[in-house]
Design a protein around this ligand. Structure first.
Ligand SMILES: NC(=O)c1ccc[n+]([C@@H]2O[C@H](COP(=O)([O-])OP(=O)(O)OC[C@H]3O[C@@H](n4cnc5c(N)ncnc54)[C@H](OP(=O)(O)O)[C@@H]3O)[C@@H](O)[C@H]2O)c1
Length: 266
């Protein structure tokens, strides 16, 4: 399973804004779109996919199963509903969006349901999101690391999640970095700005290149065509080791996404 290294995030985008953002991104060359049941925009994403005229097989589509649908009898029907909204027969990747709050539904039960969805052809690959080291260990125990295409987690210069990333590398599980621009905060960072000026690049490009250089997939979101285009061009940017090290040194444990139902973080 190859996850394209850069995808379009769609959190907070709805209606015309979601359709326009995804359609513009596809026009610019993005071939990976990240949505979720809770974003309420699967229908809009589906509209943009159809309007793009691009062959369905050339676009990698991810959706995420909301916490209310994690039980064994709810997960597959919820994915069928996602497919109906997206207007697709299959998504490329379906993730558990968040671990079941308070452990109400055992990880093994949801993973087994995801495997069943894959066997039925509703999804090409399965994975998790916001899983900590112990929760990921439970998922691996349930279905094996080979069946977990990614763990999508918050990761940017201010929250580098090194312990988790190390465990995932050891297990051979791919990491997808969400909120890779720290929701725009990296744009104000003096260290990143200095590297960007030196390279004739933008702070967003430097940050995305730093993440992709570590082998992570990134899913920045933008409502602006120029920002989308710039972010995509980060694929061509390579950082010198000393510049990478300077960004490594920005770690400060700053977690931006921490709802009250979040697991106990690593
Ligand atoms: N699994 C999860 O629980 C989870 C949680 C959060 C997010 N996500 C996923 O990760 C995606 C990305 O996260 P995010 O959207 O919260 O944050 P983000 O991608 O880190 O930042 C998006 C913000 O940065 C700005 N931006 C983007 N490119 C820029 C550029 N080149 N120059 C200047 N500003 C730029 C955007 O503004 P403009 O629109 O003005 O460009 C927007 O305000 C989400 O859309 C979602 O798909 C997943």
């Amino acid at each position: 399973m190859h996850i394209p290294q850069i995808g379009l995030g769609t959190f907070r985008l709805k209606d015309t804004q979601a359709i326009d953002s995804v359609r513009t991104g596809l026009e610019l060359g993005y071939r990976h779109v990240d949505t979720a049941q809770i974003y309420g925009n699967e229908q809009d994403v589906g509209t943009a996919l159809r309007q793009s005229g691009i062959d369905r097989n050339d676009i990698f589509v991810t959706t995420k199963v909301w916490t209310e649908h994690l039980a064994g009898d709810k997960l597959v029907p919820s994915l069928e509903e996602s497919l109906r909204k997206l207007g697709l027969e299959q998504v490329d990747l379906a993730l558990i969006h968040w671990p079941s709050p308070g452990g109400a539904v055992p990880v093994a039960e949801s993973m087994a349901a995801l495997m069943a969805a894959r066997e039925r052809g509703l999804v090409r690959a399965i994975g998790v999101s916001n899983f900590t080291i112990p929760l990921l260990a439970e998922a691996i125990a349930a279905v094996g690391a080979d069946n977990i295409a990614t763990n999508q987690v918050e990761l940017h210069p201010y929250l580098q999640n090194r312990a988790l990333a190390g465990c995932m590398a050891d297990a051979g599980i791919h990491l997808t970095a969400y909120m890779p621009l720290a929701y725009g905060k990296v744009m104000q960072d003096p260290v990143i700005a200095r590297i960007a000026a030196k390279l004739g690049a933008t702070p967003a490009q430097v940050t995305l290149a730093w993440l992709m250089g570590k082998g992570y997939a990134v899913i920045p979101s933008s409502t602006q065509r120029t920002n989308q285009a710039g972010n995509l061009a980060a694929r061509e940017l390579r950082l010198a080791p000393e510049d990478g090290a300077a960004i490594d040194a920005l770690e400060r444990g700053e977690r931006l996404v921490n709802p009250d139902f979040a697991p106990r973080w690593d």
